[in-house]
Structures are given as structure tokens and as C-alpha cells.
Design a protein around this ligand. Structure first.
Ligand SMILES: [Zn+2]
Length: 142
């Protein structure tokens, strides 16, 4: 007996036992081999299309990958690095400074610093564009 990994026209995979490859071919030709999932008799050896089998297996692995999370974290740390490198740090004067820049009382530049949630809300209501700095590490910023 030979065990074959079979795949049907609907990409269902299943195992079948046969006396040999000739017997297998004969049984398939006689439509005696049916897919256990959809009952089609249009089946073939899965090994004949290894790339299909491989890609399907990959898709089916349901293990939650941390790749997406790491990508987001990397992106956030890049944003933060960009801000810390190119923006002026104004500490807890952020709200005042952002306002002064917005109203043209200070040089127009990009700044970052500490602001309370209320400060941020007020600034947004006044039309000052502010955004939370992702992954901000206050102990490092000081
Ligand atoms: Zn099937």
C-alpha cells in the first residue's frame, strides 16, 4: 500500500491509501477517489503541485506573529527619533510656545515638549496642530 497526499479541484487536501501508482491512476480515472470534504472526484496527488501546498500551509498557520507589533514599534521609535533630532524641545512650555508660534509671536518651527491633556485639547480647539509623540520617554527627554 502506498499513501498519497491528495488534493482536489477545490484545494482540499486529504490522504488516501492505494495499492500503487497504477491502481491510483485507475481509481481516479474510474472516479472512485472522492474528496472527503466536497465529494468531487477531480483529485490529484498533492505532490504534483508543491508550491500550492506550501503557500496554503503558510496561510493556515494561525500563530499570532509579533512582526506587525514590532513594525509599529519601530515606526514609532523612528518618528520619535526624528522629532527629538529635528524639533526644538521646549519642555513644559509646550502649550505656550505652540500658541506663540501659531499666533506668529515666535519663530515658526517644529517643537515638542510636555503638555497636559487639557492643554492639548485647548490647543486643538484654537486650531494649533498638535500630536502626541509616540513612545515618548519623559525621563530621557529631560
Ligand atoms: Zn474537495
Amino acid at each position: 500500500m502506498i499513501k498519497y497526499r491528495l488534493i482536489c479541484e477545490q484545494d482540499h487536501e486529504f490522504d488516501g491509501w492505494f495499492a500503487g501508482s497504477v491502481a491510483f491512476d485507475a481509481q481516479v480515472a474510474a472516479k472512485e477517489v472522492a474528496c472527503p470534504y466536497c465529494e468531487t472526484t477531480k483529485v490529484q496527488k498533492a505532490l504534483m503541485a508543491p508550491s500550492v501546498v506550501t503557500s496554503k500551509r503558510k496561510k493556515n498557520t494561525g500563530t499570532p506573529s509579533t512582526e506587525a507589533v514590532e513594525q509599529v514599534q519601530m515606526f514609532m521609535s523612528k518618528v520619535r527619533h526624528h522629532v527629538e533630532t529635528n524639533f526644538d524641545y521646549v519642555g513644559d512650555q509646550f502649550a505656550d510656545e505652540a500658541r506663540r508660534i501659531h499666533y506668529g509671536e515666535a519663530d515658526e518651527r517644529e517643537i515638542y515638549g510636555e503638555a497636559t491633556l487639557d492643554d492639548a485639547k485647548d490647543l486643538i480647539e484654537e486650531g494649533v496642530s498638535v500630536a502626541p509623540l509616540p513612545g515618548a520617554d519623559k525621563t530621557k527627554a529631560n
